[in-house]
Design a protein around this ligand. Structure first.
Ligand code: SF4
Ligand code: SF4
Length: 114
């Protein structure tokens, strides 16, 4: 079990949750933030701080549209071979991690919606 960031963060990404994380395992991506699946110590400190209620324990994500975001948080930290990348912590100013390509399918940019 870990915590994950779900769809309401997309294109909001104010970064407030990063200030609550004791191990800096919330990483900025291009369109949203992601929680690292192995660096997260599951302290729960970030869960209630999000203004759009995007952060959940992965086993509490029930909405069908949100379930793919569990894999998406994981995919943000996998290399081309599928191995986990452990950067060791994120801080403001670090380059963003790449959004997994599945994000565009799950949540097309507004100006690309027909
Ligand atoms: S506080 Fe919520 S909206 Fe802001 S970056 Fe974190 S998960 Fe995204
Ligand atoms: S549960 Fe704790 S360790 Fe995990 S992302 Fe949230 S604040 Fe960081």
């Amino acid at each position: 079990m870990t915590l994950v960031i779900t769809s309401t963060c997309v294109d909001v990404k104010d970064g407030i949750c990063t200030t609550s994380c004791p191990v800096d395992c919330i990483y900025e991506g291009g369109r949203m933030y992601y929680i690292h699946p192995t660096e997260c110590i599951e302290c729960g400190m970030c869960e209630s701080i999000c203004p759009v209620d995007a952060i959940r324990y992965d086993d509490e994500v029930e909405e069908e549209t949100e379930i793919p975001f569990i894999a998406l948080n994981d995919a943000a930290f996998r290399d081309a071979d599928g191995s986990i990348i452990e950067p060791g912590g994120w801080k403001k100013g670090d380059p963003p991690v790449s959004d997994p390509p599945q994000l565009e399918t799950l949540f097309p940019k507004k100006d690309e919606v027909a």
